[in-house]
Ligand binder design. Structure first.
Ligand code: AMP
Ligand code: MG
Length: 565
């Protein structure tokens, strides 16, 4: 077992870039920690973190890294290729100024209070301070056990690490708030996992992802001290979080005083607003988180903890990728906004000792509702290519969702196809035989207004059954476009920027994982490259923009995943 001594800082190799990195660990410096170090499993009270070293691995290899994240952190290719950084990213070495720890938090899991959880396999190395004042925490996921590992091994499988690495970068390029991933390192050490929880544990390759975010604080960080009646600790954490991660709230002209209830109220309101915008973006791109427990909810409104997440292929608001949640389907696609609010109510309860009465917390929750509604309307307008979202457009998009669901249409391809529809004033009554609709509405070709739409269905029989309904909907949409201010060019640009062509479909990630299992990282690299520009048609990469193939419909990893990772 490693000790802090065995991980003494290693000087940077290969020149300035590594030596120039500056770490300043405010979380450790300003908040109470566990007096005991090391990974012995235990309850930790009165403290927000425990010092623990990553456990070295036998054969670290950097499999892939994100050039955008490296650049953001001031790391050039030479630094990324150095043995020193490889060792740091594997948990085998530390850079000067790093001071590794695991965070202590609790959480509500699947609707029930679970008590202390904490970083069981995530170890933060330190907070990097950039010259422009931005701060990024480096966190290794799968770097060995911590006091919070309970009965688990503190490690992560290569399979789930590929999924986290690719998806967090893909989400960033889609414009969805998220934690980032700097690197994916193979450990050369097997982990044993029972993938479907059916009594068949087996060894598989292990890996470590280095995640990057301004903060990895979760709702659960506030819930745990609150549940234990540690109100002073809760207050210190709230004051710290506002000062470090929400400084604009306290420094704006006329801002409420530090430690005041008014400041806490503004802070909670902003958490609600950020969470609303994040979930609205998930709904825009068809992302299903899969495990929206409160320990997996970032206080910054970032998508965090990529586990059994998935992407909507055929539109189905009831779909969840998480087999562990197959019964209640609490974390199904269409419920995500409501679950986010439920989680914010748990956070409000946790913060209530800081408030004299519940009114400011109710106001914050109301801000969730209004921010979500505004974001949703904005997204409706962008996805449909409208200058603005009017009252009737809510019904238009609701009917589109119902039609996509009933007729097994692919969400991603459907919205891309709609860009083909041209504005056309159509009389609201008179049916398809009306003069204005003639030609485009030839009854023999329900999809004449939008030829590509014909090819977005998983079940052609369902498509044909609903062809009339589609024709009617397309007529409504064409009429609505005729009454909209945008030029065709602006509309096309607006739609192309809101409706991705490439998303990390579950089967695409699984294909990359299968090949990586045979030592071939080519597909991981190809997907990382593809998903850097998810809105641009990329010639030669048409295969990535097709319907999910039939073979992937029920395959483990392609349509369903367990929490085993
Ligand atoms: P998750 O559902 O992945 O967010 O994990 C829930 C809790 O289980 C967190 O406290 C994790 O740190 C912990 N956990 C998950 N997998 C492991 C593992 N392999 N070793 C230690 N802790 C783990
Ligand atoms: Mg988690």
């Amino acid at each position: 077992m490693s000790t802090l001594d065995s991980l003494a800082p290693t000087p940077g190799q290969g020149g300035a870039p590594l030596d120039a990195l500056r770490f300043e660990n405010r979380f450790l410096a300003e908040l109470p920690g566990d007096p005991v170090s090391g990974p012995r499993r235990r309850e930790v009270r009165g403290a927000l973190w425990s010092r623990v070293s990553p456990e070295p691995v036998p054969a670290p290899t950097v499999l892939v890294w994100s050039r955008e994240v490296a650049q953001m952190l001031g790391l050039n290719a030479q630094a990324m290729g150095s043995d020193t950084l490889r060792d740091v990213l594997a948990g085998n070495a530390l850079l000067p100024g790093m001071d590794p720890f695991a965070g202590n938090y609790g959480g509500h899991q699947f609707g029930h209070w679970a008590g202390q959880l904490g970083d069981g396999r995530a170890i933060s190395l330190g907070e990097q301070l950039l010259a422009d004042g931005r701060r990024f925490e480096w966190q290794l996921k799968g770097a060995g056990p911590t006091p919070y590992a309970r009965t688990a091994d503190g490690r992560a499988a290569l399979r789930s690490s590929i999924r986290e690495f690719l998806c967090s970068e893909a989400m960033h390029h889609l414009g969805v708030p998220t934690t980032r991933a700097l690197s994916l390192v193979a450990t050369g050490q097997a982990v044993v996992r029972d993938v479907m929880y059916d009594g068949h544990p087996a060894p598989e390759p292990g890996a470590v992802v280095c995640r990057i975010a301004p903060s990895f604080l979760r709702f659960g960080h506030f819930e745990l001290p609150s549940a234990r009646g540690e109100t002073d600790l809760l207050r210190r954490l709230a004051d710290f979080t506002i000062a470090r991660d929400f400084p604009h709230l306290a420094t704006a002209a006329g801002a409420p005083a530090a430690g005041s209830e008014a400041l806490y109220a503004e802070w909670f309101g902003e958490i609600c607003a950020r969470t609303a915008r994040m979930v609205a973006e998930w709904m825009r791109v068809g992302f299903v988180h899969g495990v929206m427990n409160t320990d997996n909810m970032s206080i910054l409104g970032l998508t965090i903890d990529y586990g059994p997440y998935g992407w909507i292929d055929d539109y189905d608001p009831d779909w969840t990728p998480n087999t562990t949640d197959a019964q209640g389907r609490r974390y199904r696609f269409g419920w995500q906004p409501a679950v986010a609010r439920w989680n914010l109510v748990r956070l409000a309860q946790a913060l209530s000792p800081l408030f004299g009465d519940a009114a400011p917390l109710q106001d914050g929750l109301a801000r969730f509702g209004s921010t979500y509604a505004d974001a949703d309307r904005d997204i409706v307008a962008r996805k449909l290519g409208l200058a603005e979202c009017r009252e009737d457009d809510i019904a238009l998009v609701r009917d589109l969702h119902a039609l996509m669901h009933a007729s097994s249409a692919d969400m991603t391809l459907c919205f891309r196809a709609l860009a083909e529809v041209r504005p056309q004033a159509v009389p609201s009554a008179g049916g398809v035989s009306g003069n204005a609709g003639k030609g485009a509405d030839d009854a023999a070709d329900a999809f004449a207004r939008c030829p590509s739409l014909r090819n977005v269905f998983y079940d052609p029989a369902q498509r044909d059954t609903h062809a009339d309904a589609w024709m009617q909907w397309l007529r409504r949409y064409a009429a609505r476009l005729a009454d909209d201010a945008l030029t065709p060019e602006l509309r096309a640009a607006r739609m192309a920027a809101a409706n991705p062509l490439y998303v990390l479909r579950n089967y695409l990630a699984q294909q990359a994982i299968d090949r990586a299992g045979h030592g071939d990282l080519g597909e991981v690299h190809a997907l990382l490259e593809l998903l850097r520009r998810p809105y641009d048609a990329q010639p030669g990469r048409e295969a990535y923009a097709g319907l999910r193939p039939d073979w992937a419909r029920e395959r483990v990893g392609c349509s369903m995943l367990s929490c085993s990772s």
